[in-house]
Design a protein around this ligand. Structure first.
Ligand SMILES: [Zn+2]
Length: 311
């Protein structure tokens, strides 16, 4: 069989990751380049174009076997157009990026939101292989997510939804970046965890950088405050996850983001907290698992979008 290839682009606010991947999920070549968001919208587009050109130059013999370009971007994407919602990129709205790249390279372009593609990467190549019903959450600065239902990504009408981080878990609660109050993200993101911890220690006196890793380290040393804030974190996060399980009864809940690399104890505690809150029937077939692909999930999701459409 003639092996086919796809170009994957993972556009972030700081870096553009790019790779040429074959249909078995093997990377042929890859790279990373600064997004240079401060340079403005045209500059970011030029940097994406340069990354694709680099991949196309890598092996001219493969060029005719490349099925298309997959691209994950922050924001809401509808039919290859970035509608908006990408705060970390300049003027990143009403942008027909799919069309621009398609005309430039004469290759089909498939685009989606970055968190959706991270989820898709984990489903096709990572933690939830062969599953048909999966909810993916990435817990970091914020909480992003993807829903894969009945064998395909689901993001609501015209791809506007799946904003898992903005499920409201507390009435009239903490202010969220989205403008609402009480969102899951405002309580259970790593940012929220770190803020909880910081608000309880004398930050002025402390000369260490307090981040998720620091709190996890303290937890392992049996520091009472670290134990308290992490237990609170699991309680908040499990509120969101339990609701998702009751609604969707997924086979897997996949958790990505830096905090998910904390270790087995993180998942044991999260499971304990979650399954206390779910209905027995809805959660009967659900397991909560760590993401496997780390910061490569977006690239794998981007290429799997191409293969899913073109193979
Ligand atoms: Zn929100």
């Amino acid at each position: 069989m003639d092996i086919k290839y796809a170009i994957g682009i993972d556009l972030g606010g700081t870096f553009i990751k790019f790779a040429l991947v074959n249909q078995d999920g093997e990377k042929i070549t890859e790279g990373i380049t600064p997004t240079n968001a401060v340079g403005g919208r045209e500059e970011v587009i030029e940097n994406i174009v340069a990354a694709i050109e680099k991949l196309l130059r890598y092996d001219p013999a493969l060029k005719s076997k490349i099925l298309g370009i997959g691209l994950g971007t922050p924001g809401i994407v509808e039919d290859g157009v970035v509608i908006g919602g990408a705060e970390n990129l300049p003027d990143w709205c009403d942008l027909p990026l799919g069309k621009i790249l398609q005309e430039k390279f004469s290759l089909p372009v498939f685009m989606d939101n970055d968190a959706n593609l991270m989820g898709l990467g984990e489903i096709h190549y990572g933690a939830a292989k062969d599953a048909t019903d999966v909810i993916f959450l990435t817990v970091g600065t914020g909480i992003g997510g993807a829903m894969y239902l009945n064998g395909s990504l689901y993001s609501g009408f015209r791809n506007r939804g799946a904003e898992i981080g903005h499920m409201i878990i507390k009435s009239n609660g903490k202010q969220c970046e989205c403008g609402a109050k009480g969102c899951l993200e405002a309580y259970a993101s790593t940012t929220a965890l770190v803020n909880d911890y910081k608000s309880r220690v004398d930050v002025e006196k402390s000369d260490v950088c307090i981040d998720g890793r620091y709190i996890v380290g303290k937890y392992k040393e049996n520091d009472p405050l670290a134990i308290e804030v992490l237990e609170q974190h699991w309680d908040y996060l499990s509120d969101g996850i339990a609701g998702l399980i009751n609604v969707f009864a997924p086979q897997n809940i996949v958790i990505g983001g830096g905090i998910s690399e904390a270790g087995d104890f993180y998942f044991e505690s999260l499971c304990l907290s979650t399954f206390k809150k779910t209905m027995q029937e809805t959660s009967q077939f659900t397991t909560i698992v760590p993401a496997k692909l780390g910061n490569q999930a977006g690239i794998y999701g981007a290429v799997s979008l191409v293969f899913a459409n073109r193979l």
